[in-house]
Design a protein around this ligand. Structure first.
Ligand SMILES: Cc1cc2nc3c(=O)[nH]c(=O)nc-3n(C[C@H](O)[C@H](O)[C@H](O)COP(=O)(O)OP(=O)(O)OC[C@H]3O[C@@H](n4cnc5c(N)ncnc54)[C@H](O)[C@@H]3O)c2cc1C
Ligand SMILES: NC(=O)c1ccc[n+]([C@@H]2O[C@H](COP(=O)([O-])OP(=O)(O)OC[C@H]3O[C@@H](n4cnc5c(N)ncnc54)[C@H](OP(=O)(O)O)[C@@H]3O)[C@@H](O)[C@H]2O)c1
Length: 276
């Protein structure tokens, strides 16, 4: 093949089609038949606060982007972006997204927003992360952010799922944190992890709400009952979970805050709807 032919071949080959705001998938890990995580390249210009979410998706059948809100599960210092996702069997996005492979493109709208940010809370002694299911995702980001440990003496991650296997992503993340060369030392003994299940035998069991209301978690961790002087909380789960946790936190005297009005706790939905 002459040089001229080679050049014309290259010119004729259509350029790889690029989605709008396309990012390349770097790795994918499946945790259960309902849960997977994946990492994508981070746009150089994307700045976000740990705990925020963005819109991500794929091109829909009509050629229009099919986008959904996703918490960024990686911390703001990470060079890649990580996401932790449900697989809804007939979900418009996740029925397809669950099949992505390294090298594939996804759409990522680079406009991070959200209430689960440290700035939305008043200073305090302890920070509680309260999550069910994929509601862990924003805390997967925050747990890896040094700012959290600079601002709080203790950080408590309560995560509840129906089954043990659904806790595995969070468990490995916490285990890995303690030995992490970048932030292991900062995290040290400050991070307390309190995973529970509700429908399978496990060392610790029960709903977040029940373990807070009964005081079991305070006894188990040797901590005082939650109070508005010392404790701050961030909540992320189903609407029913958020409503029930909010009532309990308010019962402890904590008030709901927002970015524009920091108080003692903040809440964000992990998804819209009643569950699959
Ligand atoms: C602020 C915000 C942040 C979010 N962050 C995440 C995230 O980090 N990871 C993630 O997996 N999803 C997250 N979601 C949900 C996400 O936006 C989509 O709903 C999800 O990806 C399913 O999309 P779908 O098109 O397949 O199905 P949809 O049509 O969006 O959902 C179908 C049904 O599945 C159920 N469902 C949707 N998402 C979940 C879920 N995560 N857990 C349990 N049931 C669910 C609901 O009942 C919903 O009505 C977030 C939602 C919001 C509002
Ligand atoms: N997880 C599974 O194995 C599984 C499998 C197939 C389909 N699904 C479907 O997927 C949907 C989402 O399931 P999911 O397990 O991710 O979420 P989920 O039903 O919200 O449950 C997640 C965890 O949150 C607890 N919880 C639910 N509501 C609560 C509340 N108001 N206050 C405190 N804790 C609460 C649950 O405890 P309880 O167990 O006490 O409710 C469970 O431990 C459900 O509609 C389900 O039918 C789930």
């Amino acid at each position: 093949m002459t040089e001229a032919t080679a050049m014309s071949d290259a010119a004729e080959k259509p350029a790889k089609p690029h989605l709008p705001d396309a990012q390349i998938v770097q790795s994918v890990k499946h945790w259960t038949d309902r849960l997977f995580s994946f990492r994508v390249a981070r746009p150089k210009t994307l700045r976000f606060r740990s705990g925020e979410f963005v819109m991500i998706g794929l091109l829909g059948e009509t050629g229009k982007p099919l986008l959904r809100a996703y918490s960024i599960a990686s911390p703001s210092w990470d060079e890649e972006l990580e996401f932790y996702s449900i697989k809804v069997p007939d979900g418009p996005l996740t029925s397809r997204l669950q099949h992505i492979q390294p090298g594939d493109e996804i759409i990522l709208r680079p406009k991070p927003v959200g209430t689960l940010v440290v700035d939305a809370l008043l200073p305090g002694k302890r920070l509680w992360f309260l999550a069910t299911g994929t509601g862990l995702a924003p805390f997967a980001s925050l747990m890896r952010d040094p700012e959290v440990y600079e601002k709080f003496d203790q950080v408590i991650m309560m995560h509840t799922c129906r089954q043990v296997a659904e806790l595995e992503y969070g468990r490995q993340l916490v285990e890995g944190l303690r030995d992490d060369p970048l932030i292991g030392e900062i995290v040290g003994e400050k991070l307390r992890y309190y995973p529970t299940t509700t429908r399978e035998e496990f060392s610790h069991m029960g709903r977040v709400t029940d373990n807070l209301a009964s005081g079991k978690v305070f006894t188990d961790l040797g901590l005082p009952k939650m109070n508005p002087e010392e404790d701050r909380a961030m909540v992320c789960g189903s609407l029913a979970f958020n409503v029930d946790v909010k009532a309990i936190l308010e019962g402890f005297g904590l008030r709901e805050g927002a970015n524009s009005d920091p108080k003692e706790f903040v809440v964000e939905k992990a998804f819209v709807g009643d569950g699959i």
